[in-house]
Design a binder for this molecule. Structure first.
Ligand code: UDH
Ligand code: NGS
Length: 293
């Protein structure tokens, strides 16, 4: 009734912005991949998730509206682990967020850049979001101080992953300009670089291409502090429908020439018209799922 509604509105007006540093963070996390589903299933965070994998804090006004976009195919176990892990942590980070899983139907070779772009477009339709995070399905953050927010520059959220363990270093990166795993860009930043290139089918190169785009748009990837951006990579075998793309080095050499022609703004490049259809959109319990073919 009216009186009750007025009361709710009054309370809403009194809400303060969430603190700059969320008070409930715990720092470095111990993750046991085998037990993660069991350990977080009883966690209250999952009960607070709204269908479609959405959440917003009730007691303060969130500083960021984050869309987590996961290019995806055939990694159900990883997806179940990652989504639970993220719901648990992103709520502690007091974000307003939604998880989007963008799946590419068979038989096409996997195309991570294309899926990221489509994810951003669908998130914008669903939005408004202030921050887009392009996230690998097998990357689990190991320190909840790694806030899933955007910055004044594009952010590579990974300072080291168990995938690149070397010698005494438990967490590493394969090379300095490497920027896969998880990146965070504002709408403005993502649009300014014109998103990912859409022409990399199969494994490799699309991330290096994106890095070139960021540089050419006069921006620079930033990373969190070294001990904060650490990730556990869930071990897995090579995907049969994401084979190494033998043409990737040639395509990468021509990256600069394509930047403003194809990407977020266009899925057509020369004679190559990348047609895709939205086969399905479902608001699943822990994420919004889009199937592309
Ligand atoms: N991805 C899928 N399904 C696929 C391929 C890729 O979901 O079939 C997504 C997923 O989010 C993944 C990301 O795209 O995290 C990157 O894919 P990738 O194949 O580059 O990931 P990664 O580097 O695997 O982890 C490379 C093969 C490593 C084989 C090692 C064998 N010991
Ligand atoms: C580079 C690839 C990247 C890839 C990176 C790490 O060689 O796409 O290795 O790969 N670039 C090209 O192929 C041009 S990894 O060590 O994770 O297998 O992300």
């Amino acid at each position: 009734d009216l009186v009750a509604r007025r009361k709710i509105n009054r309370n809403r007006i009194r809400l303060n912005p969430c603190p700059k540093i969320p008070p409930g963070l715990v720092g470095k996390l111990t993750i046991n991949v085998q037990n993660i589903i069991k350990s977080v299933t009883n966690d209250d965070s999952l009960k607070r998730v709204v269908y479609g994998g959405r959440y917003s804090p009730e007691d303060c006004i969130p500083r960021e509206r984050t869309a987590v976009i996961i290019p995806y195919r055939d990694r159900e176990d990883h997806l179940n682990i990652l989504t639970r892990h993220l719901h648990n942590i992103l709520q502690r980070q007091q974000l307003n967020y939604q998880i989007f899983v963008i799946e590419m139907a068979l038989p096409t070779q996997f195309n991570r850049g294309l899926l990221a772009n489509i994810g951003v477009l669908i998130a914008k339709e669903t939005g408004p979001f202030s921050c887009f995070i392009i996230h690998d399905v097998d990357a689990l953050m190991m320190n909840d101080n790694n806030l899933y927010r955007c910055g004044s520059q594009p952010r590579h959220l990974v300072t080291g992953s168990t995938k690149y363990r070397s010698g005494n270093n438990e967490y590493g990166l394969p090379y300095d300009s490497y920027m896969s795993g998880a990146i965070a860009l504002t709408d403005n930043q993502y649009t300014r670089v014109n998103g990912f290139s859409n022409v990399y089918f199969g494994w490799g190169g699309e991330d290096d291409d994106f890095n070139i785009r960021v540089k050419r748009a006069n921006m620079k990837f930033e990373r969190p502090e070294k001990d904060i951006g650490i990730y556990l990579a869930i071990p897995h075998e090579t995907d049969s429908t994401n084979q190494k793309n033998p043409a990737r080095f040639g395509i990468l050499d021509a990256a600069a020439g394509r930047q403003w022609i194809e990407g977020l703004n266009s899925f057509i490049y020369n004679s190559l018209k990348i047609k895709y259809t939205r086969y399905a959109l479902e608001y699943r319990q822990y994420y919004t799922w889009l199937l592309i073919g």
